[in-house]
Design a binder for this molecule. Structure first.
Ligand SMILES: [Zn+2]
Length: 285
């Protein structure tokens, strides 16, 4: 379980999270190499923070998708708004060289487009924005400002051990509520500019509350909750996925192998159907 803490400071909402557990699980499932772990972990942590701003609204699902020209090519992260998160990375093993002691996250992600989908009961809203650096946090802030007109600041960090495991991960997100003054914004920008990297702060044993106090000491507590990497796929969602593939392809495959194996792209769980079960799916829906 990872924790998320929400606080208020004047006209700002400050959200902090330490997502080491959540990101570790995601990277183990997807067998990511160090720069892919950093990119994937930042995207997941970014959505953890952003989704907190949608709590109490009618949004039922959020998807953030990076489609890029870099080797990673796609990162998709989702939440069902029930504190559960899952994700997919197209290439978990991009080539890389360590440059000046830093993982080349921007290089392996590349440039492209960032899509953000908000699902309501019967509707989906899509927003799109340019990926300006591939460093993820900057791209999310750019999206919020240009596409949503929300002034915000976001810092994300994932520290990867030499063996590829996650040492720590987390982030801070500050956004303003309507009616903010220019001077308040400048004041917050300056506060945010002066913070050390998130991974350094977490490495120094700061918790979620300490991370908020780094920005300002005079915050008021709003709420605390837990989040986790936990896929919500089930037999029904996999059956629906089968129905979205052309029937001829499925029947050809089941003739050839006498079974169909469907692997969930978010949790790698395998679902196996025999010929009889496949026919049942076509009859049952
Ligand atoms: Zn799954």
């Amino acid at each position: 379980m990872s924790k998320i803490v929400k606080a208020k400071y004047n006209n700002f909402v400050i959200i902090s999270t330490i997502t080491t557990d959540l990101v570790s699980k995601a990277c183990q499932i997807h067998q990511t190499n160090p720069p892919a772990s950093a990119a994937f972990g930042r995207a997941l942590t970014g959505l953890v923070l952003l989704s907190s701003a949608f709590e109490g609204t009618k949004v039922e699902k959020l998807i953030m998708q990076f489609l890029t020209d870099g080797e990673i090519s796609e990162i998709t992260v989702e939440t069902n708004m029930k504190k559960q998160f899952r994700g997919f990375i197209r290439n978990p093993n991009p080539h890389y060289e360590i440059k000046s002691n830093k993982l080349p996250v921007g290089d392996v992600v590349g440039k492209g487009l960032l899509y953000f989908y908000r699902y309501f009961n019967n509707e989906v809203y899509q927003s799109v924005s340019e990926i300006i650096s591939g460093e993820i946090a900057e791209d999310i802030a750019y999206f919020l400002y240009n596409s949503e007109q929300i002034p915000s600041a976001i810092a994300l960090g994932v520290l990867v051990n030499k063996d590829g495991s996650i040492k720590n991960a987390g982030g801070i997100f500050v956004y303003s509520r309507p009616g903010i003054s220019e001077s308040e914004l400048i004041d917050m920008e300056n506060k945010f500019k002066n913070i050390k990297s998130i991974t350094t702060l977490i490495d120094a044993n700061l918790d979620e509350y300490d991370l908020i106090s780094i920005i300002t000491k005079s915050w008021q507590f709003l709420e605390e909750s837990s989040v986790e990497y936990n896929c919500w796929c089930n037999l029904d969602s996999i059956k629906r996925a089968i129905l979205s593939i052309p029937k001829e392809e499925i029947l050809e495959e089941v003739e050839r192998n006498s079974i169909i194996e469907v692997v969930c792209r978010y949790c790698k769980k395998s679902y196996i159907f025999n010929k009889f079960q496949i026919f049942e799916i076509y009859e049952g829906f």
